[in-house]
Design a protein around this ligand. Structure first.
Ligand SMILES: [Zn+2]
Length: 186
């Protein structure tokens, strides 16, 4: 056995490990703000399967839920100003302006940034009555909406969203009055 054989084994092992870690990979990010869909996106199950990662497919198309406090949540907490688009159809859903820290283990927003793209549906699964949140452009499942938890946000709502259902694109957003910081240059 020579050293180059050992090296190629190591590279192979690393690639295998990287591929295996896909389901918990951080929320997808992009440098480019996607073009906004102008009409409803309708695809077959096979088309969605081909387009999405297995995790995104399970969440968006099968109303799955990602594990709390996972890699997508850590990535979300580290993200600064930016816009969150639907990972299925790229419609704008939320922005960092409505993001807040709830400590629940999933990305939390108190309001959508594009209300027309975020739809509420009654969900009676799992023996509870909850409000499901779906993307109104592609009908992808995003998460659930909770009211009146006392987080002290302007709406007292918590849009509890699966990070894997979101596509984050960094962007300098206009500062609000409360958050405006002094400019450094004169
Ligand atoms: Zn969508």
């Amino acid at each position: 056995m020579n050293s180059s054989f050992l090296l190629s084994c190591l590279i192979g092992l690393t690639l295998t490990l990287t591929a295996c870690s896909e389901p918990t990979s951080p929320m997808e990010t992009n440098d480019q703000h996607p073009e906004q869909p102008t009409e409803k996106i309708i695809k077959t199950d096979a088309e969605w399967k081909a387009l999405l990662t297995p995790t995104q497919y399970r969440i968006l198309r099968k109303a799955g839920t990602e594990a709390p406090n996972g890699a997508t949540y850590k990535a979300f907490n580290a993200q600064k100003s930016g816009v969150y688009y639907c990972a299925g159809c790229q419609a704008e859903l939320f922005s960092s302006k409505e993001k807040f820290h709830s400590g629940c283990g999933w990305p939390s927003f108190y309001d959508p940034s594009q209300a027309k793209n975020v739809k509420e549906k009654k969900d009676i699964s799992a023996g509870m009555e909850r409000t499901e949140i779906v993307c109104s452009v592609c009908d992808g499942h995003l998460g659930h909406l909770f009211h009146g938890e006392g987080f002290g946000t302007p709406t007292d709502k918590r849009y509890c969203i699966n990070g894997a259902a979101l596509l984050y694109v960094p962007k300098e957003l206009p500062e609000t009055k409360e958050q405006s910081a002094p400019r450094e240059e004169e």
